[in-house]
Design a protein around this ligand. Structure first.
Ligand code: ATP
Ligand code: MG
Ligand code: MG
Length: 553
């Protein structure tokens, strides 16, 4: 792999360390526990944990759990699993909800300093008073309440004296600020909702901007890395820290990951799950980390993908092919080769020897990974009764067809050269059995015949193969940008109807030993992983990715 060039965040961090603005690197990954992590989060995880690791710093995992209505401990647990699976370990685990008391105390301080007030405008009025990009906002009629009055009302808000939406606490900044985020943003809203950690202790909850920067400050974060949408929130982030005169992290924004053939918003992913368009968050077609994991992606390949796409200041869309290539490259190095036949047709060797009235079984030595001598080899039983792929035989074939044809010859991988003598057909004229003879002098590895054939095909013994289920997964959407809602369509209109097809396949007996999560290359077909739905008697393999990009134009 090429040496990574220093991205702009690394440059900014190094400059701040050099100038003495900060004397160390403390980052955090701050998910809201309202869904499962997706490949976009992986980019943020790699960036935050990577910076800390590269520069001798620390990285926290912090749950931004300030919106109880949508959050759940199921998500808290899955997020921790996912971060560990990706290969990272946080230095500290925090919850923004652990800071609710501190945030409350700071809010009272801002009230006392005349920098926050209780406002009685409802949500719609608040929006209306806020103005637009071209129109300045108007002051709330409640803006000039005295600190004493505000303090009393705020304490009543906390005590539960008001209904949802009846009052808010707002920062008193500037209703004519060009940046709308500075037009007296709401700091607290009333929500009589149980929180997954604090229960019913609170009925006022901090807004994201108010909680996020202060949580960063409490944790002495030095670099608060977030996605570009928050660039216009940075002045507010800075205003809160400055007004409170507390530790002031530096917020740096980068472009979020968007990928072709994928939706990435948690709301849409949740909709796919809820409406049963997929089997769950871990459906192998989902861009979630649990989905990619079940699909067979390795953590190494996802980290390599994140390193490959880099960190940019401008939004763009990454071709999903780059993710597929990352796992293909990694599995090419590490996945053992195995033989499996997905669309079988019988190949029978008519001159195969018998011993004591039974066909001989010969064990063939097959290389596990041609690129890795240490991977060794395995024994594959060879008999006169084989399965091969239907595609590997053509009765009438063009001259350039180097697989098996009538009257032609082909090498059976790790076995013998066979000559096709005849075929058996059913009543409809379909070839149901291919009759061959084998050339005894052509055993793989000990071939003394001097015969050369152009094609090599894979096979399994009909007397030994295990029957398994193969789930052939493809992209979940059939257009590059499913989010584009042209002609009143939604992303659901772009679901790929052929994103899953299931077949029965025959695999070499060695695969009966494979465990859930084991990844292999089915020779000449692609990479596959053992799915958790497998039982001892019925194995299920998921296609991770084909050997080549089948969508390439
Ligand atoms: P969504 O919009 O899907 O709900 P989110 O940004 O609300 O995502 P969070 O749980 O708040 O999700 O995200 C945690 C962290 O991951 C944030 O710092 C966020 O910036 C980052 N992140 C989320 N999505 C992406 C993405 N597509 N690319 C890069 N970073 C992302
Ligand atoms: Mg967020
Ligand atoms: Mg969100």
């Amino acid at each position: 792999p090429k040496a990574p060039s220093k991205h702009f965040i690394l440059q900014a961090v190094e400059a701040d360390l050099k100038s003495g603005r900060f004397d160390g690197v403390q980052t955090r990954f701050p998910p809201e526990p309202n869904g499962y992590l997706h490949i976009g989060h992986a980019k943020s995880i790699c960036l935050n944990f990577g910076l800390a690791a590269d520069l001798g710093g620390a990285c926290n995992l912090r749950f931004d759990d300030t919106n109880p209505a949508k959050e759940d401990t199921e998500y808290v647990d899955s997020i921790q699993d996912d971060v560990r699976w990706l290969g990272f370990q946080w230095d500290n685990l925090h919850f923004a909800s652990d800071y609710f008391d501190q945030l409350y105390t700071w809010a009272e301080k801002l009230i006392e300093d005349g920098k926050a007030y209780v406002c009685d405008l409802n949500a719609e009025e608040t929006r209306e008073y806020r103005g637009t990009l071209t129109e300045p906002g108007r002051n709330s009629p409640y803006r000039d309440r005295t600190p004493a009055e505000n303090l009393e009302l705020f304490r009543k808000m906390k005590a539960g004296d008001f209904a949802d939406g009846e009052k808010t606490l707002r920062a008193k900044i500037d209703m004519s600020a060009p940046n709308i985020n500075l037009r007296d943003p709401v700091m607290y809203r009333i929500a009589h909702v149980e929180h997954h950690r604090t229960g019913d202790t609170w009925c006022i909850y901090p807004m994201y901007d108010w909680a996020h920067g202060q949580s960063d400050s409490i944790e002495k974060i030095t670099f608060s890395i977030c996605t570009l949408e928050f660039e216009h929130h940075r002045p507010l982030y800075d205003w809160y820290c400055d007004s409170l005169q507390i530790h002031h992290p530096r917020q740096i924004e980068f472009a979020r990951l968007n990928m072709t053939y994928t939706v990435m918003s948690k709301r849409k992913l949740l909709q796919l799950v809820k409406e049963n368009h997929v089997t769950g968050w871990d459906d192998p077609r989902m861009p979630t980390l649990v989905g990619l994991r079940r699909r067979g992606y390795t953590p190494e390949s996802i980290r390599a993908f994140c390193a490959d796409i880099g960190v940019a200041k401008f939004n763009s869309t990454i071709d999903v092919v780059r993710l597929e290539n990352a796992v293909r490259d990694h599995l090419n190095e590490v996945a053992p080769r195995r033989m499996a036949v997905l669309n079988p047709v019988k190949l029978t060797i008519t001159n195969w020897p018998e011993e004591n009235g039974k066909p001989v079984v010969e064990m063939m030595d097959a290389t596990n990974n041609p690129g890795d001598a240490e991977a060794g080899s395995r024994q594959v039983p060879f008999t006169g009764n084989l399965w091969i792929e239907q595609d590997d035989f053509k009765e009438e074939a063009p001259r350039k067809f180097f697989r098996l044809k009538k009257g032609g010859a082909v090498r059976l991988r790790s076995g013998y050269i066979v000559d096709c003598e005849d075929v058996v057909k059913d009543d409809d004229g379909n070839v149901i059995e291919i009759l061959c003879t084998y050339d005894t002098a052509t055993k793989s590895g000990q071939d003394e015949s001097g015969r050369k054939v152009k094609g090599t095909i894979h096979w399994v013994s009909r007397d030994h193969a295990a029957e398994v289920t193969v789930r052939n997964y493809d992209r979940l959407f059939c257009v590059e940008n499913p989010d584009s809602s042209a002609e009143g369509k939604t992303f659901l209109d772009h679901l790929n109807p052929d994103s899953l097809s299931t077949t029965t396949a025959y695999v070499e007996p060695e695969l009966a030993k494979a465990q859930v999560g084991d990844r292999v290359q089915f020779e000449r077909l692609g990479y596959y992983v053992v799915d958790p739905d497998s039982t001892d008697s019925a194995m299920v393999f998921n296609r991770i990715v084909g050997l080549r990009d089948s969508w390439a134009k």
